[in-house]
Design a protein around this ligand. Structure first.
Ligand SMILES: [Zn+2]
Ligand SMILES: [Zn+2]
Length: 256
């Protein structure tokens, strides 16, 4: 499978660096994983947003889902759609509040039904701990620790496996998520500063330790906050993991 980085800035988008979003492709199937602020713009460099096949949302913080509003506009009002092109409803697997949260983000008030119900565009499917199939992708959502309902994803296709932590603090669930994976895409929002808030995010030290514990083949670091020194996060990860470790950049493509 191929992983393309659509955005990797943690919490806040930066110039030329959208927030969190990733495109996974295998056997011609296109799967979006998060669609934070600015990522829909980057997606258009790599794929037609009308031809995405399914979508996963790790959680409902804006830096992971804000551009679903713009994707709604595209899929409702693109000239080809208004001209009669029939688009399938896009399967959207996300936290239980996805349908209401994204509708509220889409429009300020309930003037019309289309402002409060996006079900004509998306087929909302609430995540649980159960695995499911999307085209060639087998997806296992794993609950993680964050201030809201949040998941990591263990994704297998064509005999290869990727684990994505989403946003999370350290938890034993991450060991199950990443056990023996070919690639671990781990958030590392900040350095291992003892004054950092608890229960929210990983440090570079913690992301590296997770990769080492689980025997990951490669570690990709993402979701570094704009005010965090990415080189310092990468150096931290090297202290706990001896394997191949990269700090991802927007537009990077990885064959997994
Ligand atoms: Zn985030
Ligand atoms: Zn978050």
């Amino acid at each position: 499978m191929r992983l393309t980085i659509l955005g990797c800035s943690g919490s806040v988008p930066c110039p030329d660096k959208p927030a969190s979003g990733y495109l996974l492709e295998a056997s011609g199937f296109r799967l979006l994983m998060d669609l934070g602020n600015g990522t829909l713009a980057e997606l258009q460099r790599h794929a037609d947003p009308l031809e995405v096949d399914a979508m996963l949302l790790s959680h409902l913080h804006a830096d992971h889902c804000a551009d679903v509003t713009a994707l709604t506009v595209l899929r409702r009002f693109h000239p080809s759609v208004l001209g009669g092109r029939a688009l399938p409803r896009l399967p959207l697997h996300g936290p239980s509040e996805s349908a209401t949260r994204l509708a509220r983000a889409y429009a300020p008030d309930a003037v019309e039904l289309a402002d409060t119900d996006l079900a004509d565009v998306f087929d909302f499917r609430p995540l649980s701990g159960e695995a499911f199939q999307l085209g060639p992708f087998e997806v296992l959502p794993v609950p993680v620790v964050h201030p809201c309902e949040a998941y990591g994803f263990r994704i297998t296709a064509e005999g290869r496996t990727l684990a994505f932590t989403g946003d999370t603090a350290v938890t034993d669930e991450l060991d199950r998520l990443a056990d023996g994976v070919d690639v671990l895409l781990a958030e590392a929002s900040w350095t291992h500063d003892l004054t950092r808030p608890a229960g929210m995010h990983l440090s570079g030290v913690e992301a590296g330790a997770l990769a080492a514990r689980t025997g990951a083949g490669k570690l990709l670091l993402t979701h570094v906050l704009p005010w965090t020194d990415g080189d310092a996060v990468l150096a931290e990860a090297h202290t706990t993991f001896n394997g191949d470790t990269r700090l991802v950049e927007v537009g990077d493509e990885y064959e997994i």
